[in-house]
Design a binder for this molecule. Structure first.
Ligand code: ZN
Ligand code: ZN
Length: 133
């Protein structure tokens, strides 16, 4: 075992959160939410755009240090520097060019609710089918 390997194993054992931080790269950006095949967490895709707070024009957004910021420092329309961040409920082909994507981990409590909701839905389904038959 080389020193690097040893150190890597060492960190994995003693600081699991550092080494196993998943970036959820395999989550498709067009899905509203899905499970990450790498870590099994439920990931919600959240899209944000930035808008010039002076003239309201959309500014191309990016993620920097976990924050949504405009890609350019100044508005191309009015030269303004201030911006507002806007969450997009449903991403479309136009906004996707401006938007930045944040992959948010859905917390445990919400995860449970979703599962329950799905179970209820599947339980109702056969009953309806029987009624129509
Ligand atoms: Zn993941
Ligand atoms: Zn502007």
């Amino acid at each position: 075992m080389s020193l690097t390997e040893f150190l890597s194993n060492f960190t994995r054992i003693f600081f699991p959160s550092i080494n196993t931080k998943c970036t959820h790269d395999k989550i498709r950006p067009d899905a509203e939410q899905s499970y990450c095949p790498d870590c099994g967490k439920l990931i919600q895709n959240e899209w944000y755009v930035t808008r010039c707070s002076c003239c309201g024009v959309k500014m191309k957004a990016m993620v920097s240090n976990g924050k949504i910021v405009p890609q350019h420092h100044f508005c191309s329309n009015c030269g303004g520097k201030d911006f507002t961040v806007e969450k997009i409920e449903k991403i479309n082909f136009i906004d996707i060019n401006f938007a930045a994507l944040i992959k948010r981990e859905v917390d445990e409590e919400r995860f449970c609710k979703t599962t329950r909701c799905w179970q209820e839905r599947t339980a109702e389904q056969p009953k309806l089918l029987v009624q129509y038959l």
